[in-house]
Design a protein around this ligand. Structure first.
Ligand code: 13P
Length: 231
């Protein structure tokens, strides 16, 4: 991610925020986005509508909680900072209030392995973090715990967080989490819902890891059934 200039990265953040709302996985000024840079991270400003947000509105933050920019950072800078510090495997954090994921989060219902795609979040469930007031250290602590070994979690009575190596990957995952939540909400009332075994999910997750599943076709990874033609 540091391959992009700071300016290009800011512009990509604005574009991702606008796509997040245009796709319907977020509404209004809810949600926020951050991207790792050397020595800290870039984060969206608080309460600024995405259609009015420009690259220069993005705020630069250090891990000590100080910031530079013409706006205050997102009220959720604590969980963005703590996840960036805690999770060296990712470079982008997207938080949104997508409707179906938030519906489940309001009922404290984790998403079990009812569908193999739950594996894209890194485990056999997508957990729900206990509720804490937005912007607090407690919410950050709860999110860190729910994200242990995972790339996404729900936030009780609040929304969802999705992580990625890139901004694009974080938006992709947030969209997948929302799709899974929607399927789960629809499938639940139809009767007993079969859950894939831990053994099958371990196989799914390993297959996804090997294939860089769901990531751009030029990303590193193999497909163990198809091979490029020689010559
Ligand atoms: P900010 O506008 O401060 O980023 O807050 C939006 C939000 O979703 C809080 O959880």
């Amino acid at each position: 991610m540091t391959k992009l200039t700071n300016r290009a990265l800011r512009q990509e953040m604005v574009d991702i925020c606008r796509r997040m709302n245009a796709s319907g996985i977020n509404q209004g000024t809810s949600g926020n986005l951050s991207a790792r840079i050397d020595g800290g991270f870039l984060i969206t400003p608080t309460s600024l509508p995405y259609d009015r947000m420009e690259a220069e509105d993005i705020v630069e933050m250090s891990y000590d909680g100080t910031y530079a920019g013409k706006h205050r950072p997102s009220s959720e800078w604590r969980f963005h900072r703590d996840i960036m510090k805690h999770r060296e495997d990712i470079n982008a954090i997207l938080h949104c209030h997508s409707i179906y994921a938030t519906t489940l989060a309001c009922q404290y219902k984790p998403i079990p392995a009812f569908h193999y795609m739950v594996g894209v979040a890194g485990g056999t469930t997508i957990r729900v973090a206990p509720y804490a007031t937005f912007g607090t250290q407690q919410l950050s602590d709860n999110a860190i715990e729910a994200l242990e070994g995972r790339l996404a979690c729900l936030l009780g009575q609040h929304g969802q967080i999705s992580l990625g190596k890139t901004l694009e990957a974080s938006l992709w995952l947030a969209t997948e989490v929302e799709t899974l939540a929607r399927l789960y909400v629809q499938a639940l009332p139809l009767g007993d819902l079969p859950i894939l075994s831990d053994e099958e999910m371990a196989r799914v997750i390993e297959q996804m890891r090997k294939m860089s599943y769901g990531q751009a076709p030029d990303a590193e990874g193999i497909n163990d059934v198809a091979r490029p033609r020689a010559g």
